[in-house]
Structures are given as C-alpha cells and as structure tokens.
Design a protein around this ligand. Sequence first.
Ligand SMILES: *[C@@H]1O[C@H](CO)[C@@H](O)[C@H](O)[C@H]1NC(C)=O
Ligand SMILES: *[C@@H]1O[C@H](CO)[C@@H](O)[C@H](O)[C@H]1NC(C)=O
Ligand SMILES: *[C@@H]1O[C@H](CO)[C@@H](O)[C@H](O)[C@H]1NC(C)=O
Ligand SMILES: *[C@@H]1O[C@H](CO)[C@@H](O)[C@H](O)[C@H]1NC(C)=O
Length: 335
Amino acid sequence: MICESFLCSRRWRAVRIAVVFVGLAVACFVLSNSISRSHMLSQVFNINSGFGEGIDQIQLEIGLEKASMKDNKTVILTTLNEAWAKPHSIFDLFLESFRIGNNTQRLLNHLLVICLDDKAYHHCLTLHPHCYNLRTKLDFSSEAYFKALDYLEMMWRRLEVLAVVLDKGFNFVFTDTDVMWLRDPFPHFFPDADFQIACDVFSGNSYDVKNKPNGGFTYVKSDNRTIPFYKFWYYSRKWYPSDYHDQDVFNKIKYNKFIKKIGLQLRFLDTAYFGGFCEPSRDFNLVCTMHANCCVGQQNKAHDLQILLEDWRRFMSLDSTMLSNSSWSVPQDCR
Ligand SMILES: *[C@@H]1O[C@H](CO)[C@@H](O)[C@H](O)[C@H]1NC(C)=O
Ligand SMILES: *[C@@H]1O[C@H](CO)[C@@H](O)[C@H](O)[C@H]1NC(C)=O
Ligand SMILES: *[C@@H]1O[C@H](CO)[C@@H](O)[C@H](O)[C@H]1NC(C)=O
Ligand SMILES: *[C@@H]1O[C@H](CO)[C@@H](O)[C@H](O)[C@H]1NC(C)=O
C-alpha cells in the first residue's frame, strides 16, 4: 500500500530520522568500544605506557636482583599483610615448610616477600632477608575477608606488581603464604609453557582450559607473550563486574582469542604434585606443595596447616620401607 497523505509522509520521515539516530548511536557505541579496546591493546604492547607507576620500581628491582637465582633470573614471590604476619601465624608455617621440606631450605634464599603495609614489612625483616615494602594508598592491614573491598584491591595490586616483575625480565613462582612447600617444584614444571597455574580441581588434562585454576600458585616465564598477557589481564578488569577478582577475570579471559593470537602457552598443574585441601596430593612421594584452599578463615587454615606439617614431619622421619602408606589427617577445620 502506498502512503500518499501529508500526515502519513510526515510520519514516515519521523521514523526514518529515528532509525538514522538509533543507527548512529549504535555505531558510536561500537566505535568507542573498539577505540577503548584498541587503546587497551596499545597499552598492553607499549613498553612506555606508564604501567605500574604507583610502584617503587627501584626498590623492587634491587629486591629482585638480590633474591633471584643468578643463572636464570627466577625468583619466588609472595605477598604479606599485617593480618597474615602475626607471630605463630600462617607466615611462620610457610617459612617452616621450606625448612622441613625435602631440599627446599635453599629456596628461601630466592624468596622475595612483597609486604603490603609497614607492619608486615617490619615483621618480615625480623624473619627473612628479602622483604620489599610496597607502598600503597589503601590500608591493606585488616584481616582480608574474601571479596571485601580491600581484599579485592589487594588482589589487583598484586597482579600489577607481578606484571611489573615480568616487564623487568624476571621469571617467577608466585605462591600464597598458605601454600606449604614440601619439595622443589622446578623439576615438575612443564619446560615448554610460559604460564603454569595450580588447580583447585584438576581434570586430568593439563591443557584443558576448563580446569579450575587457583591463582595462589603460578609459575610464569618473562617473555613477549606473558608480558602483554599480564597487562591484558590487568586491564581486562574494567570489562567485568567491579567485584570480580583477578581469578574471576582469569576464568573469563582464559577463553579469549587474545591468548591464541599472542601464542601464550598455558598449562594447568596436576594436583598430584601441587595439591590442596580441595584436592589433596595423595602420594607423599610426589607432593611438592599443599595449599589451604577450600578453606575460609585464618584460624582454620593455621590449625590445619600445622597438622599438615606434623604429618609431613612424620613421613620424613619414617624409614624408606614404610614410606608407601602415609596419608594426611587434614582437612579438619577446613571443610
Ligand atoms: C634456575 O637455577 C636454579 C639453580 O641456580 C635451579 O635450581 C632452578 O631449577 C633453575 N630454574 C629453571 C627454571 O631452570
Ligand atoms: C629427598 O631428596 C633426595 C635428593 O633429592 C632424595 O634422594 C630423597 O629420596 C628424597 N626424600 C624423600 C622422602 O622424598
Ligand atoms: C615473540 O618473539 C618471537 C621471536 O622473536 C616472534 O616470532 C613472535 O612473533 C613474538 N610474539 C609476539 C606476541 O610478539
Ligand atoms: C603403614 O604400613 C606399615 C607396615 O605395613 C604399618 O606398620 C603401619 O602401621 C602403616 N601406617 C599407616 C599410617 O597406615
């Protein structure tokens, strides 16, 4: 039917104008989105983007130089705040695990503790030779409750520091302080992967991106894939809900085509070697690390980790004919 009346043609014009406006709005939205995405990509690849400006990079570099293994610029990193640094706390158990682990004591020479506040820093200095004081605007010293704002900011701050460490050419093993080191992990890393991460639950396939990773233990080599990847991860925060932490965002971006594009070699570590309370390393002859994951509350973690270290001590004191049937008496309070 043809529209001929004056009224009708005016209505048509209004519709056409409206369509043009909507079209323009959509185009603007798409364009601005792709501009900010391409802006992000330029930040990811640009060495002079001002990334990590809020970090005292000179002190960090001095700490890295001192603590790293000289042959291969590899360092072990952890973060510490006041709440976790109190005497008889998880940090003490963490250091203790290196001393009673098999051949792990020497690795303490390569552990740099990134302290998130002055109290943690001063406590660290009384126990350990390599402590770095990360000055931050926020106060991270109160107990870090899961998903509370300070905890969230602390996680993102940590990711930023790790990106800067890679940028400076250092490879690292990042470990939470509630990971007990019982054996040298280096022989059990994949030699051909850039980025390796422990799992709460391991599917049996180290390539399977559907594995449930846990950012509390990672081994990352500094190269032209991991450096842009860490920055991409950090900047990706703004595409997701504001209460997401680094691990939530990782679980989204692990499927992103950016990873394929840059050729990042991503692998998931077997819980047989890198276990935790979610899925323990059952064989005492294989276990390298045990993480107090699947556990809420410092008290509960400290309680169970203490028992875990006792189990380990008992295992180490057994003679070799009896080594085959040890088992963990934890989790108890961590359930
Ligand atoms: C780096 O060197 C140390 C010894 O200096 C060695 O124990 C460690 O396994 C090496 N790491 C890698 C990834 O080669
Ligand atoms: C400890 O390490 C040494 C040398 O690496 C090895 O011979 C020994 O079997 C290990 N002990 C246990 C209990 O794993
Ligand atoms: C990394 O460097 C290698 C060799 O220099 C090069 O072939 C590759 O394209 C680079 N990858 C990226 C993402 O820049
Ligand atoms: C392990 O086996 C030995 C000998 O079979 C036995 O004496 C010991 O009680 C067992 N230990 C545990 C914890 O089951």
